[in-house]
Design a protein around this ligand. Structure first.
Ligand code: SAH
Length: 515
């Protein structure tokens, strides 16, 4: 039996990883998630597949629902015997109207819990290199709404007291009123030279920070639109030394990952670690083969093989899943040697508690043949290759030529993914995307088909293409894409290093130009 319960959850300031453990648990168990404009929608990926999502964002003046209606919706959903997670940006009780929502729940006797979140005034200056307190600069820190109507006769903010009484001041929702806010502070005694930072979309890859003084910031931040927070105080100076986030090598770069959804996250995580914004644009989907019979037959006579050769994690997963489905387990593989094309595939195999006997130094089929030649001599050996429907014929052909007996099987099928509803071509032409990555030939071919062959030529020059290895590079060049970033080691970490190298050398070149 379920019970009505509403969790008012702070989703944190923008970076989805800044939610609390408890907040994330509330997302996972919710029947209904009601979320705001400032909530990073990546967090919704953690929800149950059958969860209902309701967007009630208020962006500037445009409200999808009025606050009263949101309150009523919370009560209504909870009374339907549901677990409702109400996700709000930052902390629910800091300028988030969480107090009002909690009171309505209380009045309607709906049980609720409130989960704190990291509020913008703490997280966004941090990501801009500003500690909000520091013993040498200030021992006080104030959170203030900048949303107050400046034409009101009576201000609820005691400007005289806060201007000189508090060291660091954080103004939420104050962009429109910035001239009023800075004016009030100076009028009430704060020095015009006090450092000020305005931070927009803090903690996200789109973060933008403008720094000035009370006297200059209005002019300097004139192009900044909400959501942005204004930090006033001497601590802003520390940004010169403590700016750890905006100085990450891939900060400000938008990078597209074209591999399948299942495989994207490891790659996306590594790019994120270096500060990039990642757009997942899967071009392939992995499905079962049309016929499982050949795979079943091979598995049923598995002891007749000398070698199992895997050229992808997908091949390994498909093979082992089917092995288990047929009621067998790894004991049935006793005595059979295993080869993995590269470290990622090896890792995928080790998951099943199998050690790899052959790992080629270069992670391509040619190197697999060389290494197998060294280890077994190939002639007379029996090889099973559980691979993709579109795998290259080089490996089975070469092994056969050298006298090997080869069963080349379709263990899984790759199909073209449904294009995601983002206009990638326009984004590329507008310079909103910096690098597009390819991790296999099929990602290249499907990408070309999705964006349209006629658009391909026009993309070169607007964006850089990065490739994991020589075969993928060749395919890209065959379809007319100019590859400028090439991995030296044909793995995801190798590709990440190549991207880092290219970005760093471009930065050095640009700084020479500006000398
Ligand atoms: N409850 C939220 C605040 C909601 S009020 C919290 O605790 O953070 C909305 C205001 O918060 C915005 O106008 C802006 O001033 C600030 N804000 C929220 N997220 C922000 C972000 N990522 N970057 C800059 N300002 C942000």
């Amino acid at each position: 039996m379920k019970r009505s319960l509403v969790y008012l959850v702070g989703a944190g300031p923008g970076d989805p990883r800044l939610i609390t453990v408890k907040g994330l648990e509330c997302i996972k168990k919710a029947d209904v998630i009601i979320y705001d404009y400032l909530v990073n929608i990546d967090l919704l990926k953690a929800a149950r597949p059958d969860a209902e999502f309701i967007y009630v964002g208020k962006q500037g003046g445009a409200h999808t629902l009025e606050q009263d209606e949101i309150n009523q919706l919370l009560v209504k959903k909870a009374l339907e015997d549901k677990i409702v997670t109400r996700l709000k940006g930052g902390d629910p009780y800091v300028f988030g109207r969480g107090g009002e929502e909690a009171l309505v729940l209380h009045e309607n006797r709906v049980p609720f819990e409130v989960v704190p979140g990291i509020t913008a005034a703490i997280a966004t200056p941090n990501y801009a290199g500003i500690p909000v307190t520091h013993r040498d600069f200030t021992s006080t820190f104030g959170l203030i709404t900048g949303h107050e109507d400046p034409t009101k006769d009576e201000s609820s903010i005691d400007w005289a007291k806060i201007s000189t009484g508090i060291g660091t001041l954080a103004f939420y929702m104050g962009i429109k009123n910035l001239p009023y806010i800075t004016g009030q502070l100076m009028k009430h005694g704060r020095s015009k030279d006090t450092p000020v930072a305005v931070i927009r979309w803090g903690t996200t890859p789109q973060q933008k920070t403008v720094v000035g003084t009370l006297d200059t910031i209005v002019q300097k931040a004139k192009d900044i639109r909400p959501p942005a927070i204004t930090i006033v105080g001497e601590v802003v100076k520390l940004r010169e030394q403590l700016n750890w986030f905006e100085t990450k090598p891939l900060f400000g770069k938008t990078i597209v990952v074209t591999r399948s959804r299942e495989q994207a996250s490891e790659f996306a995580d590594q790019l994120y670690e270096h500060g990039a914004q990642v757009i997942e644009f899967p071009t392939i989907e992995i499905t079962k083969p049309d016929a499982v019979q050949p795979l079943d037959e091979a598995i049923n006579s598995i002891q007749s093989y000398d070698w199992l050769v895997f050229t992808s994690i997908n091949g390994a997963d498909a093979f082992f899943q089917r092995l288990f489905e047929l009621g067998k387990d790894i004991r049935d593989l006793k005595g059979i040697k295993v080869c993995a094309i590269g470290p990622a595939t090896e890792g995928g195999i080790e998951k099943y508690h199998i050690k790899v006997d052959c790992r080629p130094p270069k992670f391509v089929a040619e190197s697999v043949v060389e290494e197998l030649k060294k280890i077994t001599g190939i002639k007379g050996e029996k090889f099973l290759l559980p691979r993709a429907d579109i795998a290259r014929s080089f490996l089975p052909e070469e092994l056969q030529k050298l006298g090997g007996e080869v069963t080349d099987l379709v263990a899984y099928k790759t199909i073209m993914a449904q294009p995601r509803n983002i206009n990638l071509v326009d984004k590329i032409k507008n310079g909103e995307i910096h690098i597009i990555t390819f991790t296999s030939s099929s990602t290249v071919r499907n990408f070309a088909q999705i964006v349209g062959e006629k658009n391909i030529a026009a993309l070169n020059g607007h964006v850089q293409f990065a490739s994991i290895g020589p075969i993928t590079t060749q395919t890209a060049e065959d379809v007319g894409l100019r590859v400028t970033i090439r991995a030296d080691e044909y793995t995801i970490p190798g590709l990440v290093s190549a991207i880092l190298k290219s970005v760093t050398s471009a930065t050095i070149q640009n700084s020479y130009k500006s000398l």
